[in-house]
Design a protein around this ligand. Structure first.
Ligand code: NBP
Length: 512
């Protein structure tokens, strides 16, 4: 236990993320004062793990505050929500001062971070940082998305850069974080200053929204191989293994290959995935992304579809019952009698094209949010720090980094020549897979919604003209005309008038 300020940094919350991030910091030479609300957890952690002199166990927050050198840097890794505010209040009581930097590294809602920074401004420098990579990421190198006061970032930067995952400067490929147990020096760290107040947590939320759709798309590819071709889990696992050596190379594809080839511990003759119940949980960040998309009016339909797909999966009992009554086309196994290799390639193309749309939606959200919150986000850097450490890390992210490096004002990722080219190459197969899914009654909401996004976005004219007619008919909500300047609104006296009269309405339209 410490009786003087010896630690470089403090950490509160010793669950999965906190313990591992503390060890990661200690490995990189930072002395870390650690505290957990339940003291026994801290004691056990120190007894089990303490690398020589790297950790300072603290039984109270007062002890923790006293143990850290000034200006103090204190990381909070507790359950997101009210617990963060409780801990901050307790830190004030424990002696935290106005120059101290209190960093919330949990999955906090970005608007909470904006509020907290303002609310606590006179008592500490409150800072928010997204951390992605789960347990292993926290231990060996996560992707970190810091947001807050730039001066605080100067103090945090050396720690963040040291502990973050590293990628090769030229190829963007993740590097081993530790060789022979020693942290690797060099490489480009997967962290960069994102922007003020809630920017870091916002970008982390988008990362998680993209993670939802990435996982859903992979799930649909698996389902299509299983339902259309009658393939078994390990065979599909081998396909994912192959895909992982091409453009789809990513952490999620790699773990999917492993998961599908994992034998079941209870029935070793079978495969684990076949015994896992098909109901997915969620912790809310995908829902936040989708709600934010609706709030800002951005068509992130595939991200929302991935959240709804989890909601649908959760209706297990209802689905089981409905499956007895709601008939679709007969599901033969295999129902596809064409060339199997060609179909597998088509599924790969559909996955890749859908993935481009999903990321386009995530970046479109960030583009809009920066206007709303007056941030200046660097999309090339955001894509670059997702190349390693985080759950969505992928070869693909180097392509996104390149796209935004070529054109930092790119309006939509799909318009980048590389991604546009990929969609042109893959779209016939993408359409084939969506058609086959529909014809065979296989649910593929993410593939389908991504295609709808693509077709909607590339349509110079959509049927919203009719919709505006309907809105004007029942609610006098007005419409704009193709033969008049934008912003000029018209209303027709429907249909009671024998000869409809057009009225020009000053100002904007409204209503439902
Ligand atoms: P959890 O989110 O499971 O939270 C558990 C920790 O919060 C424990 O240390 C617990 O202390 C502490 N805590 C709670 Br709950 N209420 C508290 C309170 N009122 N005062 C003080 N401490 C309190 O931990 P986690 O999974 O390590 O995640 C930490 C943060 O990182 C979360 O925001 C999470 O969303 C985010 N995150 C998690 C992952 C992941 O893979 N798990 C990945 C990325 C981000 P106790 O031991 O006394 O109960």
């Amino acid at each position: 236990m410490a009786n003087q300020a010896v630690a470089d940094v403090g950490l509160i919350g010793l669950a999965v993320m906190g313990e591992n991030l503390a060890l990661n910091m200690a490995d990189h030479g930072f002395k870390v004062a650690v505290y957990n609300r339940t003291t026994e957890i801290m004691r056990k952690f120190i007894a089990r793990e303490n690398p020589p002199g790297g950790l300072v166990g603290c039984e109270t927050l007062k002890e923790l505050v006293a143990a850290i050198k000034k200006p103090r840097k204190i990381i909070i890794l507790v359950k997101a929500g009210g617990a963060v505010d409780k801990v901050v209040q307790q830190l004030f009581e424990a002696g935290v001062e106005a120059d101290d930097i209190v960093v919330d590294c949990g999955n906090s809602l970005w608007t909470d971070t904006i509020r907290r920074e303002k609310e606590y401004a006179s008592r500490c420098k409150f800072f928010g940082s997204g951390v992605s990579g789960g347990e292993l990421g926290a231990r060996f190198g996560p992707s970190m998305m810091p947001g807050g006061d730039p001066d605080s970032w100067r103090h945090l930067n050396p720690i963040w850069e040291a502990v973050a995952a590293k990628v090769d400067a030229k190829t963007g490929k993740p590097l081993e974080s530790y060789v022979a147990g020693k942290p690797v020096i060099g490489g480009v760290p997967c962290t960069t200053y994102i922007g003020p107040n809630g920017a870091g947590h916002y970008v982390k939320m988008i990362h998680n929204g993209i993670e939802y759709i990435d996982m859903q798309l992979i799930g649909e590819a698996y389902s299509l191989m299983s339902n259309l071709l009658g393939m078994k889990a390990p065979e599909i696992g081998k396909v994912f293994e192959q895909w992982n050596s091409g453009d789809l190379d990513s952490y999620l594809i790699q773990i999917t290959a492993d998961i599908l080839q994992q034998r079941d511990p209870v029935h070793p003759e079978g495969y684990l995935v076949d015994y896992v119940l098909d109901t997915a949980g969620q912790k809310g960040t995908g829902k936040w992304t989708s709600t934010n998309a609706l709030d800002m009016g951005i068509p992130a339909n595939s991200i929302a579809e991935a959240v709804f797909a989890r909601c649908m999966s959760a209706l297990k009992e209802e689905r089981v019952e409905a499956s007895k009554h709601l008939k679709g086309p007969p599901l033969l196994s295999p129902s596809y009698t064409g060339n199997r290799e060609e179909l597998i390639n088509a599924i790969r193309d559909a996955l890749y094209c859908s993935k481009i749309c999903a990321y386009a939606q995530g970046f479109q959200l960030m583009r809009e949010a920066q206007k709303e919150y007056k941030w200046v986000l660097n999309f090339a850097e955001i894509a670059a720090i997702w190349r390693g450490g985080c759950i969505i890390r992928a070869r693909f992210l180097q392509k996104i980094t390149d796209a935004y490096t070529r054109n930092k004002s790119l309006v939509n990722l799909m318009l980048d020549p590389y991604f546009n080219g990929q969609i042109q190459q893959g779209q016939a197969n993408w359409r084939k897979i969506v058609s086959l899914a529909a014809a065979n009654g296989v649910a593929a909401p993410a593939f389908m919604s991504a295609l709808a996004y693509y077709d909607g976005y590339r349509s110079a004219r959509l049927p919203a003209n009719l919709l505006q007619g309907q809105r004007d008919y029942f609610g006098a909500h007005t419409y704009e005309r193709t033969d008049a300047p934008r912003g000029k609104f018209f209303h027709l006296d429907w249909p009671e008038q024998t000869r409809p009269q057009i009225t020009i309405i000053p100002g904007s339209g409204g209503g439902h």
